[in-house]
Design a protein around this ligand. Structure first.
Ligand code: NAP
Ligand code: F7E
Length: 344
């Protein structure tokens, strides 16, 4: 049985990747942060078999990318064949408010993980294959379409930190012959997407507007263009990267870009409303430096990994709106029954 360690297992991608690895027969170990509230909602459905029996092939460990000693301990205990490093302070706008923390988790955090894996391999003589969750944000202001040959021009502390992690990966490949694959993933979304990212913020608002729970939606830049795909498709590419004979860097994208205004068109169309009646733009949601246009060229991934996306932009957004309409109807029913849904 193969053993995988997933950092960031409680996040959007962590949950889809864990489903995929469990279905392939892996034992999955996940690193989770201690939090004052439950933070395992996205993987709760995987934690138990039957009513109360803990899942045999999924084990969680407390850890943090800022704590190298703890990660070393987990690595020595788990002895993974593959590590998927998904943990990150992943919000671009927030990285301008917390640049040092963002760099510590993403850049130095990955370095800590690489060092722990290098030492573990030296003593155990076992190979560990490592996936690093790189991002299209590393291209920043480089003109589209962006491919593995496009030079990076990062535009945020988040993106600069991801560039550092990317090059740590390349360096450990070249210096120590380690198997480190750098994914360069364009935006990928789902009903499990965090509610402060623009797709989910819009689809949540559409659901709530439809049932009369919200009247306004405040956004920032509506002109920015992104290459949006489905997260469930993208985690498959991560796994494929670690099954290759040699490690490499791969762009994963749909090849189609749309603006935030296009996103609003599709999402509000599902409920037959015109978004201009509801949307206001405010400076608070703008960024000190914006990334205007990302559209990926995933030819290498198609040819070498045999990877393809399954959902189009429109299908994805409609799926998210359908999900969030159901959620909003439940919220509405609770409110009508006298529960205060704002306080839980
Ligand atoms: P996400 O939903 O924000 O999940 C991030 C995960 O990292 C969560 O499990 C979070 O834990 C964990 N985490 C945050 N800080 C940590 C720390 N200091 N130590 C340990 N864990 C920590 O992100 P995602 O969308 O799944 O993305 C997964 C990865 O891919 C991230 O590295 C992201 O930067 C990268 N990426 C994402 C996209 C995209 O479009 N989604 C595109 C390219 C690259 P909590 O649950 O406790 O907060
Ligand atoms: O913004 C604009 C915003 O925060 C997309 C992360 O997963 O993907 C994500 O980063 C665009 C930007 O995603 C609002 O200015 C307008 O141009 O959904 P987002 P992101 O910044 O592209 C990459 C690939 C990652 O790696 C990251 O981890 O939408 N926008 N109004 C807004 N964005 C937000 N969040 N909120 C708004 O109100």
């Amino acid at each position: 049985m193969k053993v995988a360690l997933v950092t960031g297992i409680t996040g959007q991608d962590g949950s889809y990747l864990t489903e995929l690895l469990l279905a392939k027969g892996y034992h999955v170990h996940g690193l989770i942060r201690r939090a004052s509230n439950f933070n395992t909602q996205r993987i709760d459905h995987l934690l138990f078999e039957g009513a109360h029996e803990p899942a045999r092939n999924l084990t969680l460990h407390y850890g943090d990318l800022t704590d190298g000693t703890g990660m070393r301990r987990v690595l020595d205990l788990v002895k993974p064949d593959e590590i998927y490093n998904l943990a990150a302070q992943s919000h671009v706008r927030v990285s301008f408010d917390h640049p040092e923390y963002t760099a510590d988790v993403i850049g130095t955090g990955f370095l800590r993980l690489l060092e722990a894996a290098r030492d573990h391999m030296a003593t155990s003589k076992a190979e560990i294959r490592i996936y690093q969750a790189g991002t299209s944000e590393m291209f920043g202001s480089a003109a589209p379409p962006q491919s593995e040959r496009t030079p990076f021009h990062p535009r945020s502390p988040y993106a600069v930190s991801k560039v550092a992690a990317h090059w740590y990966g390349v360096n450990y490949r070249e210096a120590y012959g380690m198997f480190v694959a750098n994914g360069i993933l364009f935006n990928h979304e789902s009903p499990r997407r965090g509610e402060t990212f623009v797709t989910r913020k819009v689809t949540r608002a559409v659901g709530r507007i439809a049932v009369g729970l919200q009247e306004r939606l405040a956004l920032g830049n509506l002109d920015a263009k992104r290459d949006w795909g489905f997260a469930g498709d993208f985690v498959e590419a991560m796994w494929r990267m670690l099954q290759q004979d040699r490690p490499g860097d791969f762009v994963i994208a749909t090849g189609e870009s749309n603006s935030v205004a296009d996103l609003l068109d599709v999402a509000f169309d599902v409920i037959g409303e015109n978004w201009r009646r509801y949307v206001v733009t405010i400076p608070r949601y703008e960024r000190p430096a914006e990334v205007e246009h990302l559209r990926g060229d995933a030819t290498k991934a198609r040819e070498e990994l045999g990877w393809r996306h399954s959902l189009s932009f429109e299908e994805l957004i409609r799926k998210m709106v359908d999900h969030d309409l159901k959620l909003a109807r439940r919220e509405r029913a609770l409110q009508d029954a006298g529960f205060d849904i704002s306080r839980g």
